[in-house]
Design a protein around this ligand. Structure first.
Ligand code: KG4
Ligand code: ZN
Length: 380
């Protein structure tokens, strides 16, 4: 099989990214333009600003990926792009760019689901390490700023198919990290700073009650009983943190930190940590432990229910050190091999998009030239 060079383009949220990947198993280049600085003052992604930044960054980032890879447009085999899910205006920038490129170069266009990209980030790096023996069935937790989804993945010919066996009913786990960080004036994005702060706090200081989730199929009259769903819910814990702040008189300290950080402009993590008292560190550590416990327990319960052979954990929150340690420890106790992407490949990137496109290339599963972005694209 000759080598195949696919250019991946990703613009679903707040990172504009391009990458060249060889035959789904070797990253030749990966360039990411982050919009963190643009969204930081708002403590979250502002969709209109995100589209504008993608428009600015897309051409230079694609050029950078090609330059790093020492490739020209002509010696690419295909153009892959994130079709969805994501922010409509952001997706549109990548999709329009990829469509024009594929048309002008007369190369195949491949549409990729962003969530499938996160799953293939793990596979790509395992292949890069020489591991070609991932066993199926495979359970994968995609946990990021926009998603908390559990999929059962199986092989279908060259491609893959996915069954959703759980998802968040409200906020995604990463969203909870970002909102709690905003509430406590820890900066944006919340995940990395909470990860650091939690190491200095007592994770057992505060006990947050687990989310109560009503089973959606209670009124279901179907004769075949459904297998259980493993849903998540993280909006309650955000409210519980807010209530804790109010009842423990923490607001003045938070306001003081917010002012100090506003004066700083672009504070580094150590400066933020220096502004945190022990009560804040304990709160953050307890919040993180609660989320990690919930993610790990439900994922492993789903793994047992579906008797899976392998576990993947991917998406921005998969960069969290406590989540990784807890998964590694508890999955190994149950005899399930657990795999994570490296940190740069946990958060949004285009190498994962180019890698997920490779099985589609093999299957000649090419997109129509009229390809449209789809903000709520499901993964099947
Ligand atoms: O996958 P990603 O880059 O974008 C989405 O598809 O959403 O994930 C970004 C999310 C943000 O919510 C960020 O706070 C979270 O991932 N994140 C983390 C960590 N690093 C990034 N959450 C917890 N711990 C981390 N170390
Ligand atoms: Zn993502």
């Amino acid at each position: 099989m000759p080598d195949t060079y696919i250019l991946g383009i990703e613009s679903s949220c707040d990172e504009t990214a391009a990458a060249v990947v060889r035959s789904g198993e070797q990253i030749i280049s990966s360039a990411v333009a982050s919009q963190i600085a643009t969204h930081r003052p708002y403590g979250g992604v502002v969709p209109e600003l995100a589209s504008r930044e993608h428009l600015r960054a897309i051409t230079p980032i694609v050029r950078e990926a090609l330059q790093q890879a020492n490739r020209t447009y002509e010696n690419l085999d295909a153009i892959a792009v994130t079709k969805g899910p994501g922010l409509a205006g952001s997706l549109l920038v990548g999709v329009s760019f990829a469509k024009s490129l594929a048309y002008a170069l007369d190369k195949p266009l491949i549409a990729v689901n962003h969530l499938e990209g996160h799953i293939h980030a793990v596979l790509l790096e395992e292949r890069q390490r020489g591991n070609h023996n991932i066993e199926f069935p495979l359970m994968t937790l995609v946990v990021s700023g926009g998603h908390t989804h559990l999929y059962l993945a199986t092989r279908r010919g060259e491609g893959w198919s996915y069954q959703n066996v759980g998802h968040t009913r409200d906020d995604a786990a990463g969203e909870a990290f970002d909102k709690v960080a905003k509430l406590l004036a820890l900066g944006y994005p919340g995940g990395p700073i909470i990860d650091k702060a939690a190491k200095l706090g007592n994770p057992w200081a505060i006990k947050f009650p687990p989310a109560q989730i009503k089973h959606r199929n209670r009124g279901d009259k179907s004769p075949v009983p459904e297998r259980p769903h493993f849903d998540f819910s993280y909006s309650g814990i955000k409210t519980a943190v807010l209530r804790y702040v109010e009842t423990h008189d923490m607001q003045a300290a938070i306001d003081a930190r917010r002012q100090a950080l506003a004066a700083n402009g672009k504070p580094i993590n150590d400066q933020v940590l220096a502004l945190c008292d022990q009560a804040t560190l304990d709160l953050v550590a307890s919040f993180q432990r609660s989320i990690v416990d919930d993610l790990v327990s439900k994922t492993l319960a789903a793994a047992r229910e579906y008797d899976i052979a392998t576990l993947f954990v991917s998406g921005g929150v998969a960069a969290n050190s406590e989540l990784r340690n807890t998964f590694e420890q508890r999955a190994s106790q149950e005899g399930i091999p657990a795999f994570f992407p490296s940190r740069p490949l946990s958060t949004d990137n285009a190498a994962m998009i180019a890698a997920a496109a490779y099985p589609k290339w093999l299957a000649h599963d090419f997109a129509d030239p009229e390809l449209c972005a789809e903000a709520s694209l499901p993964l099947r």
